[in-house]
Ligand binder design. Sequence first.
Ligand SMILES: Cc1cc2nc3c(=O)[nH]c(=O)nc-3n(C[C@H](O)[C@H](O)[C@H](O)COP(=O)(O)O)c2cc1C
Length: 308
Amino acid sequence: MKTLIIYFSQTGNTRKVAERIRDGVVTETGQCDLTNLADVDTNALADYDLVGLGCPVFYLKAPFNVYEFIEGLPKLRDQQWFVFCTHNTNIGNTLPSMAEHLKKKGIIVIGYHHTYAEPINVPFYPYPALTTGHPDSIDLEEACAFGREIVARSQSIADGDINLIQEPEPVSQEWAREFQKLDLKLLKKVAPRLSINTDKCTHCHACEDNCPVKGIDIEADPPRIQNPCIYCYHCWGVCPTLAIDANWEAWAYFESKSFADQRRELDKAAARGEFRWLIDPDSLNLDEPEPFFKKRERELKGMKPGDF
Ligand SMILES: Cc1cc2nc3c(=O)[nH]c(=O)nc-3n(C[C@H](O)[C@H](O)[C@H](O)COP(=O)(O)O)c2cc1C
């Protein structure tokens, strides 16, 4: 049995999970290739018996470049795939929608896995995050166990036990389903517009090199962020001088207003045994959390919390 795991990961959470799923598969079959989404040779996919596709949750669904990747796949009739993701407090419709898109390619999606993960450098998110500390060694052990289990399931399905094909968990919130309608056109209208501050830019190329859709041209005069932009804001996260400017205030305000609700959702998930607190949530400022963008501005100026 030949397996490939494909992942898209910007801040490393999904990559860590992908590596441990790979380890689980290798324990069972002695082989598992692992590759970044950007490096996939779609013509070689037909050589595999089982393919895994993993990514972070962005805006309650998979990142736009992941859907684009799926759209660009050839027909892979009856090939077995599984999907996985990492996320902060709300997985939204990510896994069902990935499965829906894959099925259009004739693919059979046999399993699902998701992992809570601490958001790193997401400008509009409150800091510290409610999911701080995830994925930890237990999460990664679970990913490894999923890797072992998906191999056994895949083999049984190939032997004819189609009852083992898993269905995704339905999305619980109406508004998460609503978010499915959020496309790039709409996001372009509502998301903070990025620009490059030429006074701060040192031409280090970190933003350009890390843009998943190669949408930045730092040597243009003036440097520009052009279409396509998938609003992942990773350029902001990797820029050492905070030369990527945007008006984060509105989105940060929106996120901070739902911070206490998100804590309640995680409390419920913890009561169901689906989530483990790795920080004391009572230690967080739920009413007026500091967003990441403020934290980084403060750090760059060498200030301490409260100095603002
Ligand atoms: C632009 C953006 C949007 C995000 N939207 C969500 C979301 O809707 N729900 C959620 O739970 N996490 C969301 N996150 C958090 C990421 O899913 C989480 O940090 C993920 O583990 C990052 O994966 P990576 O380290 O592999 O890049 C978002 C992160 C970014 C950057």
